[in-house]
Design a protein around this ligand. Structure first.
Ligand SMILES: NC(=O)c1ccc[n+]([C@@H]2O[C@H](COP(=O)([O-])OP(=O)(O)OC[C@H]3O[C@@H](n4cnc5c(N)ncnc54)[C@H](OP(=O)(O)O)[C@@H]3O)[C@@H](O)[C@H]2O)c1
Length: 275
């Protein structure tokens, strides 16, 4: 099996490349840090919970990351995003060579807050969803773009959702936010045409992370019910896809990727096994 052996020994295109992940303190972001770590990437991790970032960083380093740095980041505040990117710029150094620029930006920070109808909706929940999923993604992208090398296979991968494609009751603002993420991704791809910077969105369905715990404000029993009797996606499933998207040859752009568990045919159409 010389072919297989050769493939196993082949260098990953992500080795020693800088990868910046927002929302790396849990769920998809933390799993992505570990998965890019396995490929020998150099990681820049951000989120508000620095204690959790520290754990992710140790795991990613153990997995094989060439370097891991983390810094507090609140994507809902421009000043925090700018301080974070200034810190990232120092870590990366000049972007003169392909290996020194920011090779992958993963805009993952976000989530849902509440499941209220429009009639019952709370300002704080609406604002948190728009601030993170939409404005946060915009702020981080605007600040990080100057760090990304042109024509070197760099990628911006945004995390959307099936909620950006289909509305559901109680999901008005989350659906609007993720539909916004999708349209921002599409506009950005048009704007960056000719730069060689790839732009795509990975849009998951039901995945068991801290997502529902956050949505239901720490109500673990209610969060657990979302996944009851099903076999949802895991954070690791999404992380594997993110690594795959970022490792395509430089001329290949994965525009939009929808991924759902086999138990979910559509939002609200979920197969649940009885106990
Ligand atoms: N799980 C699902 O079913 C699902 C499906 C489709 C899409 N998504 C999307 O996937 C992304 C990741 O979610 P997840 O499922 O992995 O949930 P999660 O475990 O709750 O992770 C959310 C991450 O976002 C970070 N975050 C939230 N607000 C932030 C802020 N203001 N500034 C910086 N970081 C912030 C959190 O970190 P801190 O709290 O430490 O700041 C955390 O690391 C989100 O955009 C979510 O909307 C999830």
């Amino acid at each position: 099996m010389p072919g297989i052996r050769k493939k196993a020994l082949m260098k990953s295109p992500l080795e020693n490349k800088w990868v910046l992940i927002t929302g790396a303190s849990s769920g998809f972001g933390a799993a992505a840090a570990r998965a890019f770590g396995v490929k020998g990437a150099k990681l820049l991790l951000g989120a508000r919970r620095v204690d959790r970032l520290k754990i992710t960083a140790a795991e990613a380093l153990k997995a094989g990351a060439a370097a891991v740095h983390f810094h507090k980041l609140d994507v809902s505040r421009t000043s925090s995003v700018e301080a974070f990117i200034a810190w990232a710029r120092k870590k990366i150094g000049s972007r003169k060579s392909e290996t020194r620029g920011l090779h992958v930006l993963i805009n993952n920070a976000g989530g849902a807050h509440g499941l209220d109808t429009v009639a019952e909706g709370k300002d704080a929940d609406w604002e948190a969803m728009i601030q993170t999923n939409v404005l946060g993604l915009l702020r981080v992208t605007r600040a990080a773009l100057p760090l990304m090398p042109r024509n070197a296979g760099a990628s911006i991968i945004n995390i959307g959702s099936v909620a950006g494609h289909t509305a559901y009751e109680g999901g008005s603002v989350y659906c609007a936010a993720k539909a916004g993420e999708l349209q921002i991704t599409r506009a950005l791809r048009l704007e960056l045409l000719g730069t060689g910077i790839r732009v795509g969105t990975v849009d998951p369905g039901l995945a068991e992370t801290e997502f529902s715990l956050v949505r239901f404000k720490g109500n673990a029993a209610r969060a657990k019910k979302v996944y009851e009797g099903t076999n949802p996606l895991t954070a690791g499933d999404i992380a594997e896809i993110l690594v795959w998207v970022a490792s395509r040859p430089p001329h290949v752009n994965i525009d939009e990727l929808i991924v759902k568990p086999i138990d979910q045919a559509a939002i609200g159409k979920v197969h649940r096994r009885k106990k």
